[in-house]
Design a protein around this ligand. Structure first.
Ligand code: ATP
Length: 287
């Protein structure tokens, strides 16, 4: 492959099974079945994995984050097979390039620690910043990318902030190492509905301004429709439909995709309504 079309992430025929139950009731669960897709280095995008509960989205995310090996198939990041990344130094390098965002922002932070401490620790562990001035600078720069500042969050405990603010801080923390890929697993499902568009808009900004690719995992078709470049629809571990997000969601072909669209597409999310979005963004930033 030439430099221009090197795969950022190459997921090839990935499956993952689990065994559950006791000796006599042993049962195999095929959580992910033969999933393949590629994200290219040259064109950052929001790649959405959508599906109902239990369709295998989180299992796939865990494998992409190198927290679990596939039962079969392979995943490579920047040409490097994830199963070969074992040494602490290599793991740290991988983690600086691929960062997670989790569902519940309150669980991402220790309730007894001030939130800026997480930013300081991440700056220390993943960047050259060592002195307080340097870690503060790295934290402030990351916070500004999500519409906050260090002055606003310094010395605050998680319970003193809203879910939307905490999720922004979690995103800022993920940005500190300068990742190429963010894997966001249901990042807005526990955020107040009025703030969701503002958070997902951030992903668009990160893609466009920082050239970060985003894997957006959700069961929320409305936000998926609004921000995705490409999409895969999963059901029972399998990809039932994939392609350009608007094309797939405007004209779903698989019976499950049609059902999904009919059941959840909300009319209150704008199609491409920038002014409203900016207003919502402003409102969200003031929360
Ligand atoms: N560690 C495990 N042991 C056994 N079964 C598991 C394990 N992890 C996931 N599963 C099973 O694999 C299937 C897929 O689960 P997964 O969490 O990946 O789905 P999901 O689409 O992310 O669902 P949700 O939206 O509810 O998180 C489910 O049937 C789940 O019970």
């Amino acid at each position: 492959m030439s430099g221009a079309d090197t795969a950022l992430l190459d997921v090839r025929g990935v499956s993952r099974s689990f065994w559950t139950g006791g000796l006599l009731s042993r049962r195999r669960i095929d959580a992910v079945k033969d999933v393949s897709f590629t994200l290219t280095d040259a064109r950052p995008e929001i790649f959405t994995i959508i599906g109902e509960s239990g369709s295998g989205k989180s299992t796939l995310a865990r494998m992409i984050l190198n927290g679990m090996n596939p039962t079969s198939g392979s995943i490579a990041f920047g040409g490097e097979e994830l199963t070969t990344i074992r040494k602490t130094r290599d793991r740290m390098r991988f983690m600086s390039r691929v960062q997670p965002i989790f569902q519940n922002p309150f669980e991402s932070f220790n309730p007894l620690s001030k939130v800026d401490r997480y930013l300081t620790m991440t700056a220390r562990n993943f960047t050259e910043a060592r002195s307080r001035a340097e870690t503060d600078d790295a934290s402030d720069r990351a916070l500004r990318k999500v519409g906050l500042s260090l002055a606003e969050v310094k010395d605050r405990f998680p319970h003193e902030l809203s879910g939307g603010q905490l999720q922004r801080i979690a995103i800022a923390r993920a940005l500190i190492p300068g990742p190429r890929l963010i894997v966001a697993d249901e990042p807005v499902s526990m955020v107040d509905a009025s703030l969701r568009v503002a958070i997902v808009n951030l992903f668009k900004d990160l893609r466009d301004e920082l050239k970060v690719s985003i894997i957006y995992i959700t069961h929320d078709l409305a936000t998926a429709y609004y921000i995705s470049d490409r999409i895969i629809i999963m059901r029972k571990g399998e990809v039932v439909e994939s392609g350009d997000a608007r094309a797939v969601l405007d004209n779903p072909q698989h019976p499950y995709s049609i059902l999904l669209k009919d059941s959840v597409l909300s009319p209150d999310v704008p199609d491409d309504d920038e002014p409203k979005t900016i207003e919502r963004d402003r409102a969200a930033r003031s929360h």
